[in-house]
Design a protein around this ligand. Sequence first.
Ligand SMILES: NC(=O)c1ccc[n+]([C@@H]2O[C@H](COP(=O)([O-])OP(=O)(O)OC[C@H]3O[C@@H](n4cnc5c(N)ncnc54)[C@H](OP(=O)(O)O)[C@@H]3O)[C@@H](O)[C@H]2O)c1
Length: 298
Amino acid sequence: MNRRKSVLITGVNGLLGAWVYSDFLRNGWNVTGLVRRKIENFPVPLEVLPNWDEPSLFSLLDNFEPDVVVHTAAMSSTSEAEINPGITHHANTEIPKILAAVTGRLSIRLVHCSTDLVFDGLEGNYSETDQVNPQHTYGKTKTEAEFLIPGLNPDHLIFRLALMAGFSWDGNHGFLDSFRKSLESGKPQPAFTDEFRTAIPVSVASNLISESVNHQTEPGLYHLASDEKLNRYEMACILSEKLGFSTELIIPAKLESFTGKPVRQPDVSMNNQKLKRALGISEIPGVSSEETIRKIVF
Ligand SMILES: NC(=O)c1ccc[n+]([C@@H]2O[C@H](COP(=O)([O-])OP(=O)(O)OC[C@H]3O[C@@H](n4cnc5c(N)ncnc54)[C@H](OP(=O)(O)O)[C@@H]3O)[C@@H](O)[C@H]2O)c1
């Protein structure tokens, strides 16, 4: 009798991790979620591992023997990364390096999540062979991990994710959750007309990750972005209408007015042809699709 395939997913209490968890469960996989601390009210049991050092991760994976590890955990906030570069380097470079080494030794496929912010955003429509040029701590630490993983585990899938739009399981992760809260408070929302993204609904990103694993996709680096290139203002207006608010609160702004940290990248839109070819699909929906406001089901 065939045994059920098994997957270990890190960061399952985050935005993407919970969706990936729910997709693999629905597809009949044996799923283990890995977190670093106990999560109150998470609807399915989790494995808690406080220290993600090499011996602890080796012993956990040697014991669980998953077919695949999907690594979504990361320091994902660009502003927090700037304030805490040491913690960010550990989360975004050291942990992926350890996971790649351990999964490589145990012959386990590793799926790793990277970002469109490895690019400087001066050109846009980036493909996988284009030169990276990260501009801040978050981008640099994610870029370093991309370079290290292939040498440690040849059986890897690295997805450079575009900005993800969607609701998280607890309403406290990702920009759609905070965008909705701001609209509810009636606060005007400045949105840049000259900052472009190929943003993707989180449910679509999650589904394409699990499909890539099911399809035994060739190892390598893939851009996981939608077909829809929008500026932040267009995106905010679409999302505001979808959430049932007037667009009057969305105020057009220019990037030159931004005074925060770190610097923003004007156009990190990505070309998704390589992934489409690998999966034999013709379209990848963007934020204007109904997927954006779909709710997660465990
Ligand atoms: N969200 C986006 O738009 C976007 C766009 C491009 C790429 N990405 C990438 O996609 C992946 C998923 O992003 P997300 O938005 O789902 O992230 P998220 O909602 O911020 O969740 C991050 C997860 O990582 C865990 N984590 C953080 N630091 C950790 C550490 N040092 N050790 C162990 N666990 C740690 C968090 O656990 P705690 O609750 O314990 O902190 C949480 O479970 C990340 O690799 C991110 O860089 C995201």
